[in-house]
Ligand binder design. Sequence first.
Ligand code: SF4
Ligand code: SF4
Length: 388
Amino acid sequence: MQEPYDALFKNISDRLERLVPLNAHNADKNIHEEMAKSGFERRDFIKWAGAMTATFALPASFTPLMAKAVEVANRLPVIWLHMAECTGCSESLLRSEDPSIDSVIFDYINLEYHETIMVASGHQADLSLEQAIEKHKGNYVLMVEGGIPKGTEYFLTMGAQARTGAQECIHAAEHAKAIFAIGTCSSFGGVQAAYPNPSNAQSLDKIISQPIVNVPGCPPSEKNIVGNIIYFIMFGTLPRLDAYNRPTWAYGHRVHDLCERRGHFDAGEFVQHFGDENAKNGFCLYKVGCKGPYTFNNCSKLRFNSHTSWPIQAGHGCIGCSEPNFWDTMSPFEEPISNRLIVPVTTAFGGAGADRVADTVGVVALSASAIGIAAHALISGLAKDKDA
Ligand code: SF4
Ligand code: SF4
C-alpha cells in the first residue's frame, strides 16, 4: 500500500472494528447470506466492493475495508422521511423484482423508520418515529425525500398529530448525526417547486439549519444513495462537497465528460431528429435536447440497473435532473437550451453561452473546448470544498 494511505487505512479499520460490537439490526442475518438469497455470489459482492472503492478514489487495497463496511451496515440506524414527492427515490432502491447488489445492501441497513415499507400507520407510526429518535438519539442518519412546503399548513400535513412536513423535518433533524437530502426535490425543490410553485415547496436546507449532504437526481441512482451510507460508515464524516452540497465523489464530473457519444459531439455529428439516420448511428443527442454538458452526475460512468444501461445509451438526452431548479431551467427537455432567447441564469454555467457556441458555431471541436473551459472556470469559482 502507498504510504500516504497507511494512516487512513488504519483509521477506517479501527472505526469498523468499533462498530462490530454495536447492537445489530436483524442480528441473525449477514450480508453474504442476503446476497446469496438474491442470487449474487461472493465474487459479485467483491467486484461491487472493488468498483465502489474506485468510485471513492481509494486504492484497490481498500476493497476489503469496503466489504467490511457493508458487513457492519446493519449497525447504522437510518430514519427516512417522506415529504411532497412521488416516492421514486425510494423506488430506486426498493425494487423487489430483480434486486441489485445496492438494493440488497439497502435492505440490510437498520432502516428504523420508512413510511413506504413499514406496517404501522396513524398514532402507531408517530410512536415508531418517536421511539426511533429516542433510542438512537445523536447516532442516527436522517434521510429526507421530497420537497417541503414552507409557511403553510394547507399542504403536506402529516400523521395523527397533524404536523406539517417542515415541523417533522425540524423535529427529526434535531438529534441526527448526519442528514442527507435524497433526490432533487429535497435537495433543490424539484418538480414540487417548479413555477408557479403553488405549495411553496422548498429544499431541505431552507427548512433546517444543520449541514446537509444533497444527493440529487430524479431519482438519484441507487449507487449514489447506498454509496453515501457506506461512505459515512467508513469515514464517520460527511464527504467533500461541491458548491451545491453534492458529494464530489458522485457529482464531481459532468455527464458529458464520460459520455460514450462524446466523440460524436467533438466531431460535430449530431442527431437532428429522433429516429433519423444519425440516431441509428448513435450520434450525439445535444441538438435533441441533451443537457449532459450542464449536468454534474456519475450516470455515464456507473449507469443504472446493475450497470446495464442509462438514458443516453437508450437514445434520449440527459434532462439535467441533478441540477438546481432543473424543471424550470432544463425544460423543454427535447430542445437545446440555446434555442431559447433568454438563457436562465440558474444553471451551473449561469447561461455563460457554452451551449450557444455548441449549437451555432460550425467548428464543434471549438465548441467542446469552450464548454470544457466554461465548466472548469465556473465550477472552480463556485467550489467550496468542505469536510464535515
Ligand atoms: S451532449 Fe449529451 S449525448 Fe452528446 S456527448 Fe454530451 S452528454 Fe453525450
Ligand atoms: S442522465 Fe441526466 S437526467 Fe438521467 S439520471 Fe443522469 S443526470 Fe439525471
